[in-house]
Design a protein. Structure first.
Length: 383
């Protein structure tokens, strides 16, 4: 079948996300399936150029996956017209500069979240991309996960009646790095390197709430650095200067209240690493990454508070599982396919830089709320 090649620069491919989710699970998987169907009957075919700081590590990854193009010279890669798309999965602090250069070079840009370290910089990137006329997008992978797609299906189908509230629990124990290696990179725990769970997770919560439940109108947050000292990849002790937990209350349009705890200092007593419970007048749901369970008003039990008696009902067993009703591919891959169709066929892609900027706006508002001890309203961004 005829191919429509699309040259893609992949920056940050030695990192956790860049390698596993974007290179292997998305772009190489797209090549393995024979590309993405384009409107003209051809297949959109990602041609990959790996970019990073360490030529040896890039060569090793390229060889492992039968790729030939890699370089440590981002400017040269951006100057090459064979490259239509620049993708960024670098550490957050390195992102803004690289994206600016990519926009200036006239490349379409797709990037990991958060779009930039602060709201003004994010807005500026959105403005620059619009002015230069390049397509732009930010990863919003959670929207494409089976559990959250099922939740969205329930909302769209009117299952909940009037939605009242959302409670989200995200987190797991990230080892301190001394007696067991930390399972996340150390920059996450240093504010000066772009770390912090609020900047990391509030952009996710923003699009999950905005696109599945309702837009966020205000936030009240308390942040903490529960583990003040950690050990890095080289065995060195360092001071954790960034927040490792954020306890947020988000007010949504329509009077809905969402509370979401995000923490790298909790132990999991849940079915999944993140779960959202949505309660509505007609029913409730608990959605995780993969599964979603529901309880309709018609089968809601009537517990009576009596601490003298053992629990009277098997509450968790009373919920029903929402069926898949279809195939659910890797979330990052699904969004990559949409971005490629956006670039090649002008298909709509609502997850753009402005959407990414709104996520950073919420993170910044959450941090301000915590710092100043007050509720912060979210200003609407004029289009
Ligand atoms: N969508 C998601 O679910 C999700 C999950 C985790 C991380 N992320 C985002 O992905 C990005 C990368 O996170 P990660 O966990 O893969 O990080 P990582 O530390 O594993 O990888 C970072 C990459 O950036 C490169 N890099 C460039 N400049 C650097 C510098 N000055 N210092 C250190 N590394 C530098 C590294 O070589 C590496 O390739 C972050 O912006 C993070 O917010 C998204």
């Amino acid at each position: 079948m005829e191919r429509t090649p699309v040259g893609i620069i992949l920056n940050g491919v030695t990192g956790r996300m860049g390698y596993r989710q974007h290179l292997v699970r998305s772009l190489l998987a797209i090549r393995d399936q024979g590309g993405v169907p384009a409107r003209d009957g051809s297949r959109i075919w990602p041609e990959l150029t790996l970019v990073g700081r360490d030529a040896g590590r890039l060569a090793e990854i390229a060889e492992r996956h039968g790729l030939s193009a890699y370089t440590t010279d981002l400017d040269a890669a951006l100057a090459d017209d064979a490259h239509q798309i620049y993708f960024d999965a670098q550490v957050t602090a390195a992102r803004e500069k690289a994206i600016r250069a990519a926009i200036e070079a006239g490349r379409h840009v797709y990037t990991e979240k958060p779009l930039a370290e602060d709201f003004l910089a994010s807005l500026e990137l959105a403005r620059l991309a619009a002015a230069r006329g390049v397509r732009n997008g930010v990863v919003q992978d959670k929207l494409f996960l089976p559990g959250l797609r099922k939740l969205k299906r329930l909302v769209d189908g009117g299952f909940f009646g009037r939605i009242l509230s959302v409670r989200g629990e995200f987190g797991y124990w990230v080892f301190e790095g001394d007696w067991q290696a930390a399972q996340r990179p150390s920059w996450n725990y240093r504010a000066e390197d772009g770390g912090g769970i609020t900047l990391d997770m509030f952009p996710h919560w923003h699009y999950v709430l905005e696109q599945i439940i309702a837009p966020v109108t205000a936030v009240t947050a308390v942040t903490a650095t529960h583990i003040p000292e950690r050990v890095d990849e080289n065995g060195g002790h360092y001071r954790a200067t960034a927040d490792d937990a954020a306890y947020g209350i988000f007010e949504l349009a329509g009077g809905i209240v969402a509370q979401i705890n995000s923490s790298w200092a909790v132990r999991v007593h849940r079915d999944e690493l993140v779960e959202f419970q949505v309660d509505g007048t007609h029913g409730s749901a608990v959605a995780g990454l993969r599964d979603c369970r529901i309880q309709h008003r018609g089968v809601t039990p009537m517990p009576v508070w009596n601490p003298d008696l053992p629990v009277t009902e098997p509450f968790r067993a009373q919920w029903q599982t929402v069926p898949d009703n279809g195939e659910h591919d890797n979330a990052f891959k699904v969004q990559w396919e949409a971005f490629l169709r956006h670039v090649v066929d002008d298909e709509p892609f609502p997850w753009d830089f402005l959407a990414g900027a709104r996520g950073v706006q919420l993170a910044e508002a959450g941090l301000r709320s915590a710092r100043e001890g007050r509720r912060v309203q979210i200003e609407e961004i004029p289009r």
